[in-house]
Write a protein that binds this ligand. Structure first.
Ligand code: ADP
Ligand code: MG
Length: 681
């Protein structure tokens, strides 16, 4: 058997099982081996019956001391009962609709059981797993892997499939990590890692396996970034004359902050070099990243090239087009807007202008570079909101053979330590200063007892001609009725609480044009209160909004809450953020209070890192990074740093990247980066 063989070569896997496995994206034996357990149950320790605690599953050995009896309770419901005992106590076991246990559990024989005492039935347990004491231990007396499942596919079946695959071709698993790296960082070999992650003989071995797999995943990621960087060396462009940047800065109606000046300076230096720029500008919402990008665009155009400015949504593209036209007007630059709403003859004209180079600065959504838009001479690409523009898109640009200067802008501050690692192929400018005169948003954490007061506060803001956002975690009424749904809440507020105010509704399930219409109405102040899901997270800019109320705030991550809060405080008036949470959990409260204490996005992200570990950053889609499988669960900062250093050294020391020995690593890089597709909301 080979790793690339279909799972159907395994015993017990026919076409229907194969279909089920396919739902988990498992097609080949390799896929199966790379499908790691999502959790484990430690069933190695044997408990005494007298020590069992209701609700806490445990393993114990006991003898069957009564003949099992089956009773028919009602239609479709049989119950089998029996008694078991050890030296310390006895226990009633019940099995529902499992009549066959009668033949498996025999009077006078001993078995291992695994289950939890029922909470309110005293010494009784329902449907425990069990097996004979002399069996080799498949569900008891071991550390049991728990796999993510799909309908019809049991954990037991997966365990058996993985076992077969490990035995048949575990030895064929390619070793990605060079031996010297494994020795230096004390990492086990690939065979042992896969064996122990699926079938750990001890918790110790499981930890070792995980450490290696996390390291491996990050090694691959870092190597991929290093290769991207490598690919770009040896690519040259014209060195730009950057003198126009000065006059641009002087023509602005305000003084740039030191942080803005620093970033513009760094960009200027990149553009003079004659090699493609790859820079990330990270700065909190409102730190003034748009002017920085405008300076770069101007510079590209003044050097005879075209610039493309990509925004995550159409509304934002329109806002940018307006702002940039205004800023760049003194320099006589032709700015065009290309979005889905530009259709028919108008679109043809715009496309023609882009193709013949008469459109100098083109503003639009990601479609600008992902679809068949042809530029005459694209010199610079600006991507706003980096977390919607991932590694894969960066790679795609390079792969297309265009090597424009690239400037990505992110308002999601990630801790400096992680930024260096995560954006290993980018240079980073940090804008850690807000323009002067901004009033920091005041943030309050409240529970339901404040509901009336907050409603009065909403009314007061609207009475002062301001507008309010209300964010709910869910779109519709769902299974979890503790979660506020945007649809229902908007309806309730409009009919029962604020009948005299204009309440709008916005959520991700609405059609693009509907969303644009609602946002448009809100920005024209035709709506007073906008009830929304997190779709407003990215870049909506309505300076007249002075209050954001976030329902079930504990459901969101700190970084996300900070991002949401950034929707207010954009104008001159004092703005407020109210976090509703009924959580009594001390950790949760601490997390939310961190947000009340500071408005500094970098501090908040450091706090989030300290509270939740780096895994959260790499396990979510927030930052345009690929999704990590093991790493998101288990990553620690040191492993991350080690893996990055090791991969950098390895790439540097490799004779040639075309060496066949590099092939397995390259394949893994491909896989990791390819899952990362464009996310548009
Ligand atoms: P970001 O994209 O970083 O969230 P913007 O670029 O949209 O922020 O800037 C927010 C607002 O601040 C805009 O209205 C912009 O004109 C203004 N602004 C930017 N820089 C300055 C500055 N140095 N002084 C005053 N206002 C500024
Ligand atoms: Mg912006």
């Amino acid at each position: 058997m080979q790793l690339s063989d279909s799972v159907t070569v395994l015993k017990g896997i026919g076409p229907s099982r194969a279909k089920q496995l396919e739902k988990l994206n498992i097609r080949t034996l390799y896929d199966l081996l790379a499908y790691f357990p999502r959790d484990y149950e430690d069933r190695t320790k044997l408990a005494n019956i007298c020590d069992l605690v209701p609700g806490e599953p445990a393993c114990f050995e006991a003898m069957v001391i009564s003949n099992p009896t089956t009773a028919h309770i009602r239609k479709g419901m049989d119950i089998t009962r029996l008694k078991v005992a050890d030296e310390t106590g006895r226990l009633n076991l019940t099995f529902f609709n499992q009549n066959y246990v009668k033949d498996q559990l025999q009077y006078g024989e001993s078995y291992y059981f695994y289950g939890a005492l029922q909470e309110d039935f005293g010494a009784s347990m329902a449907s425990p797993s069990f097996e004979r004491v002399d069996s080799s231990g498949t569900v008891t007396n071991r550390i049991l892997p728990i796999y993510g499942l799909t309908a019809g596919l049991s954990n037991k079946v997966l365990i058996s499939c993985v076992r077969q695959a490990l035995d048949a071709c575990g030895d064929a698993l390619p070793e990605i990590l060079p031996e010297q790296v494994r020795r230096r960082y004390h990492l086990c070999g690939v065979r042992m890692a896969y064996e122990s992650v699926h079938n750990p003989a001890s918790l110790e071995l499981l930890m070792q396996a995980k450490k290696r797999l996390v390291f491996e995943e990050f090694f691959i990621f870092s190597a991929g970034l290093a290769l991207l960087r490598e690919k770009r060396t040896g690519v040259f462009t014209d060195a730009y004359d950057t003198s126009c940047i000065r006059s641009f800065c002087d023509a602005l109606p305000f003084r740039l902050t030191d942080a803005q000046l620093r970033a513009i300076e760094e960009i200027g230096q990149d553009l003079q070099k004659g090699v493609p720029m790859n820079r990330l500008v990270q700065g909190d919402v409102g730190s003034g990243k748009t002017v920085i990008a405008a300076a770069a665009c101007l510079c590209a155009v003044k050097n005879g090239r075209q610039a493309a400015f990509m925004a995550p949504t159409e509304i934002l593209a329109e806002q940018h087009a307006e702002n940039l036209s205004r800023m760049l007007a003194p320099f006589g630059i032709s700015v065009v807007l290309l979005t889905g709403s530009v259709t028919g003859a108008a679109r043809k004209l715009v496309l023609a202008a882009i193709a013949d180079g008469s459109a100098q600065l083109v503003i639009g959504t990601h479609a600008l570079i992902s679809e068949g838009v042809t530029f005459a001479d694209l010199g610079l690409v600006v991507a706003d909101e980096q977390h919607r523009f991932g590694v894969a898109q960066r790679a795609a640009l390079t792969a297309k053979g265009i090597s424009p200067h690239l400037l990505v802008m992110s308002a999601t501050p990630i801790p400096r330590t992680l930024a260096l690692i995560a954006y290993g192929d980018l240079d980073v400018s940090i804008v850690d200063e807000l323009p002067p005169g901004r009033l920091p948003v005041q943030t309050f954490l409240v529970d339901e007892s404040y509901r009336k007061r907050i409603n009065a506060f909403i009314r007061k803001q609207c009475g002062e001609n301001h507008q309010v956002y209300i964010v709910c975690p869910a779109v519709e009424e769902g299974d979890d009725d503790t979660l506020k749904s945007a649809e229902v809440w908007a309806e309730t507020l409009q009919s029962a609480v604020f009948p005299d105010l204009r309440v709008g509704l916005l959520h991700g399930k609405m059609k693009g044009s509907e969303k644009e219409a609602v946002l448009g109405a809100f920005s024209r102040h035709e709506v007073d209160i906008l009830v929304s899901t997190t779709v407003i997270e990215v870049g909506v800019d309505v300076p007249n909004a002075t209050l954001i109320v976030i329902e079930n705030a504990d459901r969101f991550g700190l970084a996300q809450l900070h991002q949401l809060r950034g929707r207010v405080g954009r104008g001159k008036a004092q703005s407020y953020c109210v976090l509703f949470s009924s959580s009594k959990n001390a950790e949760t409260k601490k997390r939310l209070q961190a947000l009340c204490k500071t408005t500094d996005g970098f501090k908040i992200s450091e706090e989030d890192l300290a509270l939740r570990g780096p895994g959260d950053f790499f396990g979510s889609r927030q930052h345009g990074l690929p999704l990590f499988k093991v790493a998101s669960l288990q990553m620690d900062l040191q492993t991350l740093k080690d893996a990055q250093r090791a991969s950098a050294e390895f790439i540097r020391s490799a004779n040639s990247l075309d060496d066949p020995a590099m092939q397995p690593l390259k394949e893994r890089i491909q896989i990791l980066f390819s899952q990362d597709s464009i996310v548009l909301n």
